[in-house]
Design a protein around this ligand. Sequence first.
Ligand code: NAD
Ligand code: UDP
Length: 332
Amino acid sequence: MSITNGRDTMAGLSILVAGGAGFVGSHLCDALLAQGHRVICLDSFLTGSMRNLEPLRNHPRFSLIEQDICVPTVIDQPLDRVYNLACPASPPRYQADPVHTMMTCISGTGNLMHLAAEHGARFLQASTSEVYGDPERHPQHEDYWGNVNCTGPRACYDEGKRAAEALCFDWLRAGKGDVRVARIFNTYGPRMQPDDGRIVSNFLVQALRGDPITVYGRGEQTRSFCFVSDLVAGLIALMEVEDNPGLPVNLGNPGEFTVMELAELVRAMTGTCSALVHRPLPADDPQRRRPDISRARAILGWEPKIPLGDGLQRTAEWFALELGVDLPAGPE
Ligand code: NAD
Ligand code: UDP
């Protein structure tokens, strides 16, 4: 027996991580291997990178399958857990091929659920705060049904993830398998792609290069930022909790910041001389977002530990190394 997140869990489980070469997925692979499990990463490398897997390449309990989840996969070894993180998460990336994003969410998720069922494996779906769209309720509790524009440019992702959730809960109601759904809020940390297009990577890379920091709209819109290690702990806790909650669970950091506040924090932390420039607000950009995490606290005993300042500092240090630039020393 070994301990997983404070719970007694069998060590040496066999775990498939779809999207394991991505930002969150690669940290999840690291954490699962560190707990003594066998990890199979399934990824098409659409937005992931071999670089993220570099530390794992020669790990004896790690293996890699390069494949799109829209194509059914056969795994000829036992599987105990399947995490589905395979889907681009950055708006420019998921909008680059919107039809493929939608098919990834629907047929890809369906394929992986079938795979999990064949193996009698638990399945965890990485859903998103985007299911709340541009929310009319604040903060967002899981009982809120959301406000999504089903014909806009974000719909491929938002509606795709909503459809995937519908699939998950129908699967569960039909008794076809043990399926869990995490609604993930904005997450950041080392291994975000520098050209990914999301706010934290954009701002840090721009600041470190001395380029203008691009604030979309007036910068009054808010987001809540969760450091990646906190999210990974939450995903594992949700997968391993003995009683399936049978409900979606928000995972995110309830601290709420405007885009302008984040820009100023990044400027102060990096000591950059970058100016702020305003760019048009993308269509359907949600105005406010903050998770209500009371369900995660109650069911999983989980809450994030890393404050934004600390997490940003660690992420800035990582990007500085990647870009080969100096970062002023952080606070003692
Ligand atoms: P990411 O883009 O870094 O990683 C996604 C990974 O999935 C990549 O390795 C990519 O190559 C792979 N992938 C994409 N489409 C695929 C397909 N059809 N078949 C096989 N592999 C495919 O994104 P991330 O930030 O690591 O997000 C991981 C998951 O978490 C996604 O499902 C995303 O929707 C969800 N999520 C993330 C955030 C966040 O802030 N990071 C927020 C909400 C939800
Ligand atoms: N954003 C910004 N400048 C950037 C990138 C993003 O002002 O260079 C804003 C974006 O308009 C949104 C917020 O930051 O309001 C978060 O954007 P991101 O793409 O990271 O995630 P999402 O919109 O999916 O929450």
